[in-house]
Design a protein around this ligand. Structure first.
Ligand code: SF4
Length: 64
């Protein structure tokens, strides 16, 4: 599974970075940067789903 981010939708709210700083960062403009797209195992999947749910602009998605 992979997590993807649509920077056109991102509002720069930073919820993803707060929820999973090993996976997400923000560019100088504030939009999301995915540091690690690959999602391995149940723990990472649960955390990735939480990040997707937290994003206020539906910019994050999980792809099988
Ligand atoms: S939570 Fe969503 S809107 Fe906020 S920085 Fe992350 S991807 Fe962008």
């Amino acid at each position: 599974m992979r997590i993807t981010a649509d920077t056109q939708r991102c509002l720069g709210a930073g919820q993803c970075v707060l929820s999973d700083p090993d996976r997400f960062d923000q560019s100088e403009e504030g939009t999301v940067l995915v540091l690690r797209a690959r999602v391995d195992g149940a723990d990472e999947a649960a955390r990735a789903r939480e990040s997707v749910a937290l994003c206020p602009s539906q910019a994050l998605a999980l792809e099988v």
